[in-house]
Design a protein around this ligand. Sequence first.
Ligand SMILES: *Cc1c(COP(=O)(O)O)cnc(C)c1O
Length: 411
Amino acid sequence: MNASVSPRVKDEIAKVKDHSANNYAPLELVIESAEGAWITDVDGKRYLDCLSAYSATTFGHAYPKFIEVLREQTSKISIASRAVYVEGFGDFAEALAKLAGKDMILAMNTGAEANETAIKIARKWGYRVKGVAEDKAKIIGMEGNFHGRTTTMISLSDDPIARKDYGPFTPGFELVPFNDAEAVRGAIDENTVAVIVEPIQGEAGVAVPDEGYLAKVREITQEHNVLLIVDEVQTGLGRTGTTFRFEADGIEPDLITVAKALGGGILPVSAVIGNKDVLGVLEPGTHGSTFGGNPLAAAIGKAVVDELATGKWQQHSQELHPALFEPIRALLGRGVTDVRGAGLWAGLDIDPKIGTAHDVCEDMLEKGILAKDTRAKTIRLAPPFIVTREEVDFITRTFTEVIDARWQAAQ
Ligand SMILES: *Cc1c(COP(=O)(O)O)cnc(C)c1O
């Protein structure tokens, strides 16, 4: 911590270090409030938010319509449990299912829970519908995946840091290389019930597979009567310029998981979306969640779906895409070694000669932009939908200044 840090910053950081388990390494700023695309720290300094809470605040902070829904719903009822019907849940379920072109949803809270739920549904479908022998179901995942932090989700992961000391792991998974559809074919056997894939691997550094990859995986899974689960927790709900990323691949998955942006930056809301022939395998008592689909979550989730149903945010992201990507691409070979992404979501690799991604993020923070590194050399830029053209220009101008300065210093 440097010497100029203010007492409020020092106090907060010290308290967190003393009283919260050390499972994160946060950037050294202490936020007090946020509105729209801008965050204010306890010293009154403002930052343009290019992290968007890993796409949980895709609509920006305190989006007025969601705040209105929050006020209205909390004045009626917030939490009820699914032991009763509460008006509004049906509207939310219908709207979200329709947004994905499906029949129904199963509401949960977090992304990891949505994926856990999809795994359970796929297994049950395997036993009930496909006729797989009891406890033999196999699910194929991708190397480099990120589906959450629960014991079963890390059992599906190959990240040594996420797994170390947390075994034994849930059996029934096999990993194949990402972006290799034929490897999926090779791994399918008579017990395979599902393939789970992120259409773009976010935590792996915005890894975009080749065009046609997902379509090929869909074709292979269909051929073998295997469900395709698409994890749209980060890519979904407009982040990549279409409502769901799988639309860009022209496919229809069997199950879709969504979370993050579905909570409108207000609270955690997640869901599995699918058709009756798959989600219909569940019966009362076989799965559930105290908070899943609570009245407040349903009201906010419905408001998020309504925003996306207009298509205006997807269009706005597509329109601003070149403004974000072109200036960054211009830095290729001058401090930036690769640029990937879609919509308002960029992953860029920093040339190790000019420093680490973390160093670059610290320079950006100094200049009023909040961005976070993922892995040693990659930075993700994910501004909220509500950014203006001028704000995108501020991002790219600042990024260019930071990279240019480091590039010149390295010569
Ligand atoms: C963030 C994320 C998850 C986990 O979501 P949580 O709400 O943190 O449990 C799952 N899958 C993907 C692709 C994610 O980006």
